[in-house]
Design a protein around this ligand. Sequence first.
Ligand code: 5AD
Ligand code: SF4
Length: 445
Amino acid sequence: MPTFSIHTYGCQMNVRESEAAAKALLDAGFAQAPDEETADIVLVNTCSVRGKAEDKALGKLGLLCATKRERPGRVVGVMGCMAQRMGGELFKRLPRLDFAIGTRCAERVVPAVEAALHGDTTLALRDLHDRPDAPNGHVAGGFSAFVTILLGCNRRCTYCIVPDVRGDEWSRPARDVLAEVRALAAQGVREVTLLGQSIMNYGLRTPAFDADDPPSPGGYTRPFPRLLEAVAAIPGIERIRFTSGHPSGVTEELVRLFREEPKICHHLHLPVQSGSDAVLGRMRRGYTREAYLAAVARLRAAAPDLALTTDVIVGFPGETEADFQSTRTLMEEARFDNAFIFKYSPRPGTVSATWEDDVPDAEKARRNQVLLGDQDVRGARINQALVGTTLRVLAEGPSLRNPAKWSGRTPGNKIVVFTPPKGLRPGDFLDLVITRAAPQTLYAD
Ligand code: 5AD
Ligand code: SF4
């Protein structure tokens, strides 16, 4: 049987969809290639969020398609956000490409591969108002799994391509989510990360629960906390994470759940994007600096050990030095454990792309460096304060850099490198005293 390899760009949603595609290919009898070089079928799962992400994937696809000159039977396909955004244009740019399938289309991978093996090309794009099922299959063997609960996004921030490539928000029925998590727990999964672009909107635009579903024991009325509570009740699941958040979803019920449900990790990715109200307004983020910080304060009051991470865009149209300084001070006030900083990139078809991209690239790069520098200092300081504390670590396996050591993760999703006790298996939990800290890593010697 031909072998396959999947290369994934972009967010965890894409990682999840690549996994579902891999499972479908395995079920159809294809085998995972030991490496991309030797694979008969190569899929590239793509991201459109910034121009640079697209350029990288196009470069990669160009090289892969060039290998078809020597290996004419090789199959090269593209899936995900770029396929959805660019459609047939991809075949013009990459004449040897075999197929392009858009988002929410993992179930079309096997037919597209089979068609390609017969020499046919496929272009399959999703009608983004459809309501298909979320990706379902998992490759067995892990102790940590992603579960998609919400597709699409309706928020329409002015810079963002996601609504165009992933379509309308659609919540997967709670019953289906819970069945999937139960099946994962039965296979040995201990930690689940629930995924959705604006996950706290779960069940708000399309129903998630119906009248037959059992009532919430804790009296949660909002669908998202109610789902989290139900996931936490599944035996075998020890840790629950979810991403990404929005301050409007940090409701009283969600905060109560953070306080009362020990399986909910005290870890949240809460993209802020900017600390300036003027910029937030033009981004149409739907909150002010003050509202964002208030949401953080509510969370920290319930979970003082909360690890908070964020995304920031620098160089948004019209961002002044004063706006930028507001972002710097917000990041310090919010005490982010980690931050992903992006240079603004105009995306075709978005509202902000019609505005002048007026911050020069060199200035974007400078602001990026300044924020990264601040974050390094802050991250080191926050991690240093963890030295001497005991943290519960989910053991993952031998460390990549030094196989004599293992690595694992804390509830705050920080990596801990430690000496493994005898008989330790991946997926075991252990309590470790932190002895040393670096900006991105903790050590338990
Ligand atoms: N330019 C730069 N960064 C962007 N992001 C989303 N759209 C853009 C854009 N047009 C960033 C945001 C988002 C993260 C996934 O990517 O910070 O949270
Ligand atoms: Fe990239 Fe957004 Fe698509 Fe994820 S949803 S792959 S971040 S464009």
